[in-house]
Design a protein around this ligand. Sequence first.
Ligand code: FES
Length: 174
Amino acid sequence: MTAPTTVPLTVAPADAVQEIEFDTDFEAKIGKTLKLYPNSQAALLPLLWLCQERWGWISAGMMKAVSQRLELAPSFVEGVVTFYTMYLRFPPGRYLLQVCTTLSCQLCGTSDLVEHLKKTLAIEFGETTEDGRFTLQDVQCLGACGEAPVIQINNDYYTDLTIESLDQVLDGLK
Ligand code: FES
């Protein structure tokens, strides 16, 4: 199988997204999205996803802007963002390593991969390397159990991993 070419995330630093105003281009995307849903509340998840695609994560400023734009209570928006783990509430590194730690992957060697990653990158789950390159996160089943163990890096799946093939993948991302 040909390895995917993983595109680095565009990540806005925290001090750049304390206050957010949606520009014309972003408003156009919001308008297009809103047309697909019966009401603004139903468009909350995709709008948050648009924010994460653009800025790399969801800041408090983005939650406020989204709540104003959709006329929803800020606490409702925050509740949704904190419920779904796919929304990042911190700026990740350029490569977000989401390691599946559910049963099938565990049975196929994820624990060894996790130990190797933590040692090689010198970070724990939820942390980012000092150079801002990698963030390590543990996630539940990625739905590719037949090709375990699996790590999602940004938008790409890397499957049937071994320590050796994982090292090759990481080298290709440097
Ligand atoms: S258990 Fe890892 S992809 Fe399903």
